[in-house]
Design a protein around this ligand. Structure first.
Ligand SMILES: Cc1cc2nc3c(=O)[nH]c(=O)nc-3n(C[C@H](O)[C@H](O)[C@H](O)COP(=O)(O)O)c2cc1C
Length: 188
């Protein structure tokens, strides 16, 4: 059995839809248990993150070109657990309003954060979508990310504005992390 934690922040519900999609993807892999953990609920879950969790997927909305302050507060609080996440798997996702919106900076921030915890980063593992004359917004990985899952939701829409293609992309990441966790655990 592999345990996947999804630690995320969502101010307006968009990134939460993506977190749930990552969870759905991970649950497709037999023998996987998933725990969705909003950053506001992490206190009291440090023992679970330090021990039982085999992989931690980090999800922050992009605010002013980087992870939201609420997610950064979780990052800073995690410094007290330094060294305890060594060799756990990590991956990341982010949501913003603009097609770019500087989401790459947020994913890079999450990857560096994982490295500071001596974790092993799992990339998205998809070819880019929507980059040819036959491409569409419905393509998997339509935003063409490699480091993690990106989603874009219009600023004037609620959770219903999160595209199905971005949710499928996030499901793919969740499934990939769960598959990697199963292989990593077997080999350990
Ligand atoms: C304080 C703040 C800063 C933001 N900065 C950016 C940004 O840098 N780039 C962008 O494309 N969207 C930006 N947005 C839009 C959010 O990234 C977007 O609405 C996202 O879907 C929010 O996710 P959430 O509903 O999970 O909080 C910002 C929103 C807020 C509230």
């Amino acid at each position: 059995m592999s345990d996947i934690a999804i630690v995320y922040h969502s101010g307006y519900g968009h990134n939460e839809v993506i977190a749930q999609a990552v969870a759905r993807g991970a649950e497709k892999v037999p023998g996987t248990r998933v725990k969705l953990l909003p950053v506001a609920e992490v206190d009291g879950q440090w023992d679970y993150l330090n021990g039982q969790a085999d992989a931690i997927v980090f999800g922050a909305p992009t605010y002013m070109g980087s992870a939201s302050a609420q997610f950064k507060a979780f990052m800073d609080a995690s410094s007290k657990q330094w060294g305890k996440w060594r060799d756990k798997l990590a991956a990341g996702f982010t949501t913003s309003a603009s097609r770019s919106g500087d989401k790459l900076n947020t994913l890079q921030q999450l990857a560096v954060f994982a490295a500071q915890h001596q974790m092993l980063w799992v990339s998205l593992g998809l070819m880019p979508g929507n980059n040819s004359s036959t491409g569409t917004e419905d393509d998997l990985n339509r935003l063409g990310s490699f480091l993690g899952a990106m989603a874009q939701a219009n600023a004037d829409q609620g959770a219903e504005g999160v595209r199905a293609s971005d949710q499928r992309t996030a499901e793919y990441l969740g499934e990939r992390v769960a598959q990697a966790a199963a292989r990593w655990k077997k080999g350990a």
